[in-house]
Design a protein around this ligand. Structure first.
Ligand SMILES: NC(=O)c1ccc[n+]([C@@H]2O[C@H](COP(=O)([O-])OP(=O)(O)OC[C@H]3O[C@@H](n4cnc5c(N)ncnc54)[C@H](O)[C@@H]3O)[C@@H](O)[C@H]2O)c1
Ligand SMILES: [Zn+2]
Length: 529
C-alpha cells in the first residue's frame, strides 16, 4: 500500500484542440495512466460516438458520458481527456474537479478547422460550412470553457503544450518558503509536478550530477535531465557510510564533474545526507540541491544544511554543514512511497508539532489514516507547517550552538534504538519510540503532566507508528549507545524534554537511572512481543 493519492489531471476544450494527443504525451511524461472519455464510451458501448449519436441520439450519449465522469471522479492519478462538452455539464465538472486539476486547451478556429479537416467522425461538424459552425459553437461555449484555466495550443507542438501544462500544474499551487542562513538564503519549494522541471528549477544554468538510490532512481530517474550523470547508490541507512561517499566521488570524477557543477540529491534523507556531504567536500565544495522524495526528508532532513554519514560507532558521526541552493519538494513523489515510510515521516511531523506547532499536533490527533489517505492538497499545508517549524529553528541557530538542539526531541533515544537494532528499525519509527520515551522521561522528572506521554503515544499509534521499544533491544545496550552520543556533546548526555505540546527545552541534567527506568518501562514486555 502506498502513502498518497494523486489528483487526476483533466483536459477539457473544444474538439480539435489536442486533448487526446497532448493527454497521452502528458501521461507518458508524468508516468500516469491515460483515459479518453470518448474512447472509453466507445469501448463500452461497442459503437462509435457518431453512431451512438445517430442511432440512439445525443441524450443517450450524454447519459453515458455522465456515468463515465462520475466513475472517473472516484479514481486517482489519471490523465483524462474529456469529450468536448463533458466538462460543460455542471454535474460532470463538479465531480471531476473534486479530485482533479482541470486545464482547458484552446486553439484558433482556423487551426481547429484545419486539424479536423477530413475527420468525418465528428457528429457536430458534418455541415457544409465547418468554419462557421466552429465559430458559432466556440462563441456559445466561450463562457463555460472560460471557467477553467486555459492553455493555448495554436502553433505549438504537443510537447510544448505538455510542458506548459506541467508548468501550470506546478506553479498554480506552489508554496515557496524562504530560509535564511549565514551565507545567504534559499527557497524550499513545496508543490506538485516539480521534478519534470528539474533542469529549470535546480540547474542555475550549471552542469549537474544527480545522486539517487536504487528505489527512487527506478521511479524518478527519468526526470534526470539529458546528458546529466545519474549516480545510483544502494538504498538504506546501512549504506549511509564513507564507502558510499567514496563510490560517489569516483563516479563524479569519472563523469568529469567540476567545481562549477551542481550536485542534486534525489531521494530520501539517506541520499540527501550522503549527497550533501559529498557536495560539501568534493573539490572543497560544489553547489548543492535537495529533491526530497520521502515525507521525512521533506519536513526535516532536506532543510537546515546538516549533512553527513554514519560510522560503525554511531549515527551521523562524520558530517558537514552544507546549505542547499534550493530544496524542491515534489509532493507527487510521495505517491510511490511505501506506506511504512510515509508513516515514518509523520513521526517527524508529530515531533515538529510538539516542538513548536500545537495546531499541527492537534491536527494529527484528528487526522484519518490510513483508511483515507490524504490527497496532495491536504498534505501540502501539513508539510509546509512542519517545514516552517524546522525553518524557524534553524534560522535562529544555524550551527546548533543552542536552541536548534530542540529538533533532536526523541532523537537521543531514537539514534540508540536505530544503532542497537543494526538499523533494521526505520529512523522515523525509532523517532516515534523516542518521542514517547522522551515524554515519559519528562513526566518522570516532573516536567510535564503524567497524561502527556499517553497522549503522544495515542497520536503516533493512530498514525500506525510503533511506540514501544522492541524487547530484543536491551536497555543496557541502548544506554551504552546513548553514551556514544554523549561524546559529541561535551561529556554529558543531552535530552530534549517536554513541558507541554509546543513547549520543549534541552537539558544535560538527567540522571542515568531515570533514563534506564524509562527504557525498561517503554519496552514491549517479552510476552507482548
Ligand atoms: N540532515 C538532517 O537534518 C536530517 C534530519 C532528519 C533525518 N535525517 C536522516 O534521514 C535519514 C532517513 O531518511 P528517510 O526516512 O527519508 O530514509 P531513506 O532515504 O532511507 O528512504 C526510505 C526508503 O524509501 C525509499 N524511497 C524514498 N523515496 C521514495 C519514493 N518517492 N518512492 C518510493 N520509494 C522511495 C528509499 O529508497 C528507502 O528505501 C536518516 O539517515 C536520518 O539520519 C537527516
Ligand atoms: Zn529525525
Amino acid at each position: 500500500m502506498r502513502g498518497m493519492n494523486l489528483p487526476n489531471i483533466v483536459l477539457t476544450g473544444f474538439m480539435g484542440t489536442g486533448k487526446t494527443t497532448v493527454g497521452r504525451l502528458l501521461a507518458e511524461r508524468l508516468g500516469l495512466k491515460f483515459v479518453d472519455t470518448d474512447l472509453l464510451i466507445e469501448a463500452r458501448d461497442g459503437r462509435s460516438v457518431s453512431n451512438i449519436f445517430r442511432e440512439a441520439g445525443e441524450e443517450v450519449f450524454r447519459r453515458l458520458e455522465a456515468a463515465v465522469a462520475q466513475e472517473l471522479a472516484e479514481e486517482h492519478g489519471l490523465v483524462i481527456a474529456t469529450g468536448g462538452r463533458l466538462m460543460l455539464d455542471s454535474q460532470n465538472a463538479l465531480a471531476l474537479q473534486k479530485n482533479g486539476r482541470v486545464v482547458c486547451l484552446v486553439a484558433e478556429p482556423e487551426e481547429i478547422v484545419r486539424r479536423l479537416a477530413g475527420d468525418t467522425q465528428r457528429p457536430l461538424l458534418n455541415v457544409s460550412d465547418p468554419k462557421k459552425q466552429v465559430n458559432q459553437l466556440l462563441q456559445a461555449r466561450a463562457a463555460r470553457y472560460g471557467r477553467f484555466p486555459q492553455i493555448t495550443t495554436s502553433g505549438k507542438s504537443p510537447e510544448t503544450v505538455a510542458d506548459e501544462i506541467i508548468r501550470y500544474l506546478g506553479e498554480s499551487n506552489l508554496i515557496r518558503l524562504p530560509v535564511t542562513h549565514p551565507q545567504g538564503s534559499y527557497d524550499v519549494l513545496v508543490g506538485e509536478w516539480l521534478l519534470p522541471r528539474l533542469a529549470e528549477l535546480a540547474g542555475g544554468g550549471k552542469p549537474m550530477a544527480v545522486v539517487t538510490d536504487e528505489n527512487v532512481g527506478a521511479e524518478y530517474g527519468r526526470f534526470c535531465p539529458p546528458n546529466t550523470p545519474l549516480i545510483t547508490i544502494p538504498a538504506g541507512e546501512q549504506h549511509k557510510n564513507l564507502e558510499t561517499v567514496r563510490t560517489i566521488y569516483n563516479a563524479l570524477i569519472e563523469a568529469g564533474i567540476d567545481r562549477n557543477s551542481t550536485i542534486v540529491a534525489l531521494g530520501g534523507g539517506v541520499v540527501g545526507d550522503i549527497a550533501g556531504f559529498v557536495a560539501a567536500t568534493y573539490l572543497r565544495g560544489v553547489r548543492f540541491v535537495q529533491c526530497p522524495t520521502t515525507l521525512l526528508a521533506m519536513v526535516d532532513a532536506s532543510v537546515g544544511g546538516k549533512t553527513g554519514v554514519d560510522l560503525p560507532q554511531g549515527k551521523n558521526l562524520v558530517g558537514a554543514f552544507k546549505q542547499p541552493a534550493i530544496v524542491i519538494a515534489d509532493l507527487t513523489t510521495l505517491v510511490t512511497l511505501p506506506l511504512a515510510e510515509f508513516r515514518a515521516g509523520l513521526a517527524e511531523v508529530v515531533k515538529h508539532g510538539l516542538i513548536a506547532a500545537p495546531s499541527l499536533f492537534f491536527r494529527l490527533e484528528n487526522i484519518d489514516l490510513p483508511e483515507n489517505l490524504p490527497l496532495i492538497p491536504d498534505l501540502q499545508s501539513l508539510v509546509v507547517r512542519a517545514i516552517t517549524v524546522k525553518r524557524n529553528v534553524v534560522q535562529a541557530d544555524p550551527f546548533e550552538t543552542g536552541r536548534r538542539a530542540v529538533l533532536n526531541l526523541g532523537h537521543t533515544f531514537a539514534h540508540a534504538i536505530e544503532q542497537v537494532s543494526g538499523y533494521t528499525i526505520r529512523h522515523g519509527e525509532a523517532v516515534a519510540m523516542g518521542l514517547v520515551a522522551a515524554a515519559a522521561l519528562s513526566a518522570k522528572l516532573g516536567f510535564c503532566s503524567a497524561t502527556l506521554p499517553g497522549r503522544i503515544m495515542a497520536v503516533l499509534a493512530r498514525l500506525g507508528l510503533p511506540v514501544r521499544i522492541p524487547a530484543d533491544l536491551s536497555p543496557k545496550a541502548l544506554l551504552a549507545a546513548m553514551n556514544t552520543d554523549k561524546k559529541r556533546v561535551r561529556g554529558q548526555m543531552r535530552f530534549v524534554l517536554v513541558r507541554d505540546v509546543g513547549d520543549v527545552f534541552v537539558t544535560g541534567d538527567v540522571p542515568e537511572t531515570a533514563v534506564l527506568q524509562v527504557l525498561h518501562q517503554q519496552q514491549i514486555a517479552r510476552d507482548e512481543n
